[in-house]
Design a protein around this ligand. Sequence first.
Ligand code: ATP
Length: 434
Amino acid sequence: MQKNNLMEKIVSLCKRRGFIFPSSEIYGGLSSSWDYGPLGAELKRNVKSAWWNAVVHSRDDLVGLDASILMHAQTWKASGHTDNFHDVLVDCKNCKKRFRKDHIGETCPSCGANDFTEGRAFNLMFRTHLGAVEDDGGLVYLRPETAQGIFVNFNNVLDATHRRLPFGIAQIGKSFRNEITPGNFTFRMREFEQMEIEYFTRPQEAEECYRTWIKDRFQWYIDLGIKKENLRVREHPKGELAHYAQGCSDIEYQFPFGWSELEGIANRTDFDLKQHAQFSGADLRYHDQITMEKIFPYVIEPSGGVDRATLAFLVDAYDEEEVEGRTRVVLRLGKELAPIKVAVLPLLKKNSDIVTLAKQIKKDLQKNFVCVYDDTAAIGKLYRRQDEVGTFYCVTVDVQSLEDRQVTVRERDTMRQDRIPVENLKKYLSDKLF
Ligand code: ATP
């Protein structure tokens, strides 16, 4: 498949078929804000469910949490965000474009000049106020990461669940950063969703645990269909690490705009719990019932973005192939991620018996699979529409079906067609899809 213009093709497909729309489009849009349309909402839900399933439901050592976006302002003092969550911005004096200083080299990426303003530090947190009066007493921030909601609930979760080390807390939720240079579609936005884990472990086991999480998280993307050659781990050199961190690795994906971070996995030592203990006065140590010691556990943090993962799955799944002299666009999303599993299509929409049977079949299948019914075009066009949104199976009802109670089931990737009796259809599809 030709890789040129791939991003443009994906953005256009996303708009046309209802995956992702520009936000507030009728008002001219809002810079770097995007809305997930009907299919995008399904896909994103599937990404989050796959993550939750892998890290919470399929394991014995993690529990979930859903903390609020607005938190006590002291949270961000303790975490270091109020004082340190800065990017340094510079403006090119020649073309007037603005950049993150750490994203550019000697010369302007836009015009090539080497004449920048002095760097200015810029805190990325959005501020707002609780209550009617906009004074500093009511100052709160929209959280720039979900992780701190986990740390401040450490004792609550321990008291409620009686967990023993090692154990983890997982959370999915919105985060906000006033990014200087958002862009690359949904890769860098100011409002986005994160999937984060804080995994608490004994200090002496932290290094091994960190390495295991890197492997597990890498494998998650592969299991959901990302091609291995498009994924890599980049370990941060010691000089790039935060002062408290003992290790940090990024899982990167080869986007059309270059290798870029999907998820970071960090060994954050006992920094966060100690900071919150100090700022709040709460005892956030873990009480070991066997050794009777009280320790601050170390924490391993796998922190990924829902939107970045969703974009990577879309890019990786996009394919074009020549079929009988025409280009067929296929979104080869995995079974777990495909927004629609089955489309039911009547061959002749003028034949009311065919339409009735097709609608009955759809009604029955939708108890088990996400299904759609479509009769708004000729069959060839209907197949093409389903292929380009990744629908796994098309079930076609034709005149013959009225006599022999059999339908044609077409598989997306191979385009292979099988004739299946209506009464066996659910079992046939279940065997293939689950
Ligand atoms: P970057 O270096 O790209 O700014 P980061 O290292 O600051 O990212 P983290 O703070 O580690 O990112 O956040 C964890 C994850 O949250 C990232 O790996 C990414 O998937 C997601 N994420 C962070 N910022 C954004 C954003 N502005 N838009 C979309 N997703 C984001």
